[in-house]
Design a protein around this ligand. Sequence first.
Ligand code: NAD
Length: 418
Amino acid sequence: MSNEVNPFESLQEQIDDAAVHLDVEDGLVERLKNPERILETNLTFERDDGGLETVRAYRSQFNGDRGPYKGGIRYHPGVTRDEVKALSGWMVYKCATVGIPYGGGKGGISIDPGEYSEDELERLTRSFAKELRPIIGEDRDIPAPDVNTGQREMNWIKDTYETLENTTEPGVITGKNLDSGGSEGRVEATGRSTVLAAREAFEYLGRDIADATVAVQGYGNAGWITAKLADELGATVVAVSDSSGGVYAEDGLDPVAAKDHKRETGSVAGFAGADGEISNDELLTLDVELLVPAALENAIDADLAEEVSADVISEAANGPLTPDADDVLTDEDVLVVPDILANAGGVTVSYFEWVQNRQRFYWSEEKVNDELETIIVDAFDDLIAAYEEKDLANLRTAAYVVAIQRVMDSYDQAGTWP
Ligand code: NAD
């Protein structure tokens, strides 16, 4: 894993790579590459021993040309201003790739949540919600979960916002529990789109995902659901990992049992249903048909990419390949389904949640999954069409070409203020 690559520079490079294939003015490219505004703030909250602590938090609103800013909130020690900027930019182009009416945003707090009690996390989250209150809202900016946040944090943010605003506005945030206005299918959505996108990629290659062996790096929400759904489609999940290690089973492992083991022990390491342990680098270079990076950005750098043996990569994580790794994999003819399509299921079902919140009318899980499948399959077809028509290097460039064109169109139609 490369820690030296700045994810914001990666994002800007990806936009530059795509912009050369579009009729776009240089002055507008700068707009497409930089956030509109960033909130950087202190959160001061009370520890359980009565002492006070102050931590840094961010919210980047990258581009709102296509609709309200939309994107998750991450709790991780690696959260920086540049990471949040990059993640918010990827959200713009992700929403445009799948054609949902949002811009992009992202937020984060630079902490290791494992070091805090639930009460402390609640106070911290409510403190963040208080800072976010003036800039979020169901027509302004709609946060969601990301690494180390989930339904619990979303419920707290919704409650804090609604209490301070003296209103009922569940659409201010997505990824909530069902009883707090969440949507059926939201928890599984990111893994579901990762697998649907991989299924389409194999079909494009004239192959069947059911015949594929699969390795999944990262066994949180995105990774474990990907493993479970790939297994349900008949694929063989041979390796999974998390930050404490990985496991390998030549004939395949049971993803649900591996998740149960992680729930009980905190890690997939030591899972008895596997043949043995495997390091993260070994997992990423395993001889499998499908590789799913589902942990953090920059998991695969150029050196590691030289060793990758997979035929298809479906990016559940945001930014898991460095730009140099992308070049290596393009040269090696590895079909990479980019994050801004593969993991777009999360934001797509967030969009469905927001629609249901505003209509006060809730859908069945079957309807959610059917609508999601239609959006992901159509978006995949749009990328393939651009890839073939413009003879582009890879599907990532195709995704940016499609998405940037859509953002530019909405900007053009709105017109430039004098
Ligand atoms: P999560 O916190 O639920 O899980 C993260 C997993 O990655 C954990 O199992 C952790 O142990 C593992 N991990 C961390 N560092 C690792 C390392 N160096 N090697 C191996 N494993 C490591 O987070 P998540 O929600 O599953 O998000 C994972 C990725 O998917 C992130 O890049 C996130 O931005 C992206 N994503 C998530 C969603 C969503 O809806 N959850 C949507 C879109 C994109």
